[in-house]
Design a protein. Structure first.
Length: 141
């Protein structure tokens, strides 16, 4: 009977040890992912804005109804998605090179100072590279 009790206690301790090892592995893996996501979001927040110099390098134009703004695109909407006001003849507008969306220059400039993505499609706005929709732009030229 003593042998049975000792065997039961040993098996119980082995089972507890296995559960503790599994818990430590899961907790370490979860903690590692949390640290990586915190570290990457910090990097994105620091580098996801644009300077006024970079913003001034973006193309702009004076709005005219039914105007082509470059070789292969027309203004995609008739209103600024930032201020929700319609474009009027002669308004100074800015074209975002990655996605070809247009906005009032003042509206989108104040937006880009805070975040370097298109207000409509969230495409990365940068001067030299083409990022896809949903990409996070880590470097601005």
């Amino acid at each position: 009977m003593l042998l049975e009790i000792v065997t039961a206690v040993v098996l119980l301790l082995v089972a507890i040890a296995i559960l503790v090892i599994i818990h430590v592995c899961v907790a370490t893996r979860t903690l590692g992912m949390t640290r990586e996501s915190i570290g990457s979001s910090t990097v994105v927040q620091r580098s996801s804005t644009m300077s006024k110099d970079d913003i001034n390098k973006l193309p702009w134009y004076d709005y005219k109804p039914d105007q082509e703004i470059d070789d292969d695109s027309k203004v995609k909407s008739m209103e600024c998605a930032v201020c929700l006001d319609v474009f009027k003849n002669g308004d100074r507008c800015r074209l975002l090179p990655s996605c070809k969306h247009s906005f009032h220059a003042n509206c989108v400039d104040s937006w880009l100072i805070k975040t370097a993505t298109c207000p409509i499609c969230r495409t990365c706005v940068d001067l030299g590279k083409s990022c896809g929709a949903g990409d996070i732009c880590l470097e601005l030229t």
